[in-house]
Design a protein around this ligand. Structure first.
Ligand code: G3P
Length: 216
């Protein structure tokens, strides 16, 4: 199971990278805006800074929604660094663009996936990753994890190479359920990754060991 961090914050990315468990980064326009990154030059240099920290794939999202625009932006983004994966929204021109990028060996992450049908389309177009948004499905009273189960089954049925990148992960149980079901990748905020460390019995046990160590 691969761990990606879902942020554009450089210090959080460094902290996850320093832990030694990070396989990549996902960003989106909202996460970039949250860091105050504005203007094409700043956006591109920020992506480069992220790529310089991590070893794995870094998803950078296109803003265009028409085929030509998506292709133009994607081709510029992959010039930044060979770790860049072009993140493309699940729309008609997005699917066409994913096919175009696939034929040229450019990695893609199809984002804003909320149904199995959308994921099948993206996989058929050759997407490297599909990003189903678990938390946002839960937010409207659905069950995001059901979608992950469906995708794991469907992708196994047909041997799709596309990886299931579970996104919009809000808490540790989301991550653990994805692990049980068999999502290929989880992308989550730093607090969820660090949340895996925590158990009160570990803290109590360590406290006792350290106290006893003084008696040794
Ligand atoms: O990777 C997608 C993710 O950033 C969306 O998360 O919490 O905004 O639904 P959230």
């Amino acid at each position: 199971m691969k761990f990606f961090i879902d942020t554009a914050n450089l210090s959080e990315i460094r902290e996850a990278q320093d832990l030694g468990v990070l396989d990549g980064v996902t960003t989106n326009p909202s996460l970039m805006a949250k860091e105050g990154i504005k203007g094409k030059d700043s956006v591109f240099s920020h992506y480069k800074a992220i790529c310089d920290i991590v070893d794995g794939d870094v998803s950078a999202e296109v803003i265009a929604t028409d085929f030509q625009g998506i292709v133009r932006e994607g081709e510029e983004l992959v010039e930044i660094d060979n770790k860049i994966v072009v993140k493309v929204p699940m729309i008609k021109d997005g699917v066409k663009a994913i096919k175009y990028f696939t034929q040229r060996g450019i990695k893609t992450n199809c984002t804003l996936i909320f149904s199995a049908g959308q994921a099948i389309l993206a996989a058929k177009a050759g997407a490297t990753y599909v990003s189903p948004f678990i938390g946002r499905i839960d937010d409207i009273g659905g069950d995001g994890m059901e979608l992950i189960e469906q995708l794991v089954l469907i992708f196994e049925n047909y041997g799709f190479d596309t990886e299931i990148l579970a996104a919009s992960i809000r808490h540790v149980p989301h991550l653990l359920q994805c692990a049980e079901i068999g999502a290929d990748v989880v992308t989550c905020p730093l607090n969820v990754i660090m949340g895996l460390l925590k158990h009160p019995l570990t803290d109590l046990g360590l406290e006792k060991f350290l106290a006893d160590a003084k008696k040794m």
